[in-house]
Design a protein around this ligand. Structure first.
Ligand code: SF4
Length: 262
């Protein structure tokens, strides 16, 4: 299947719930949002039918999202049922990671390939504040369980808000060096009523990454830089600093300046 620009469409994101146990400042108000009735969302059977039909048109990569997808009952059986569809080549989940510690092995066994986890800071107080009550320790345990279960590479999505610090940056770089972890820095897009301000620009993050990796002898010379164009990454601009299976990257979706490529 192709769009009118000739781009191949082989990837489907499915939001299986509008519910979440977090209240991230940039996502929803503290009181939450009006929730859909159960009858208003597609059942697992209906979603499986959609996946089967689209599979006939070449859609072979499936990502499950929410809200928080691990909240929906029956998620492990749903993953198992998707895995049984022979057109599905790649099956992943995007999660806040808070419920992953207990589920990682079950999900892997059911056929999940990999997982993206949102984590914006390593400061537990700030994490609690910007997620509206999330416990950083739960997410860190979820990341560990995901790696132990073999859901690798684990990808960490880091939205760069005002709470992001140099300590966070050095932690994420270290993680990519030591574990099969990929970190993606995402520019913060303040829309609506946001309880958190934007942090460093992605340009500043890039410069700090280059500086930090260059100054630390254990990283020096071990990273390969490669830029993927918009065509190669479906719409965004990605800059990868790759080391073995891990990578650091940033996504600049709405204020990219091509001069940053250099
Ligand atoms: S974890 Fe994701 S879905 Fe939940 S409130 Fe935060 S950004 Fe929104």
């Amino acid at each position: 299947m192709q769009d009118s620009f000739g781009r191949v469409i082989d990837y489907l994101r499915i939001s299986i719930t509008d519910r979440c146990n977090f209240r991230c400042s940039y996502c929803m108000p503290p009181e939450g949002v009006p929730l859909l009735e159960h009858s208003e969302i597609l059942s697992y059977e209906e979603l499986l039918r959609v996946i089967r039909i689209l599979g006939q048109y070449g859609v072979n990569k499936i990502r499950i999202t929410g809200g928080e997808p691990l909240i929906r009952k029956g998620i492990v059986d749903f993953i198992r049922a998707i895995r049984e569809i022979d057109t599905v080549a790649d099956l992943s989940i995007t999660t806040n990671g808070s419920l992953l510690a207990d589920r990682a092995y079950q999900l892997k066994k059911a056929g999940l390939d990999r997982v993206n986890i949102s984590i914006d800071t390593l400061n537990s107080k700030e994490f609690f504040r910007i997620t509206g009550g999330g416990q950083l320790s739960d997410v860190l345990q979820g990341i560990k369980s995901a790696m132990n279960a073999g859901l690798t590479p684990v990808k960490l999505n880091v939205v760069v808000t005002e709470v992001f610090s140099m300590e966070d940056l050095s932690y994420f770089i270290k993680q990519t060096y030591e574990f099969p972890i990929a970190v993606r820095f995402i520019e913060y897009m303040p829309v609506g009523r946001c309880g958190v301000k934007a942090g460093s620009s992605i340009k500043a993050i890039k410069n700090s990454m280059v500086w930090y990796v260059g100054k630390n002898v254990q990283y020096k010379g071990k990273w390969t830089r490669l830029l993927l164009s918009t065509a190669a990454c479906n719409g965004g601009i990605w800059l990868y600093y790759a080391y073995d299976r891990a990578f650091l990257s940033y996504l600049q979706p709405h204020s990219f300046d091509s001069r940053w490529e250099n």
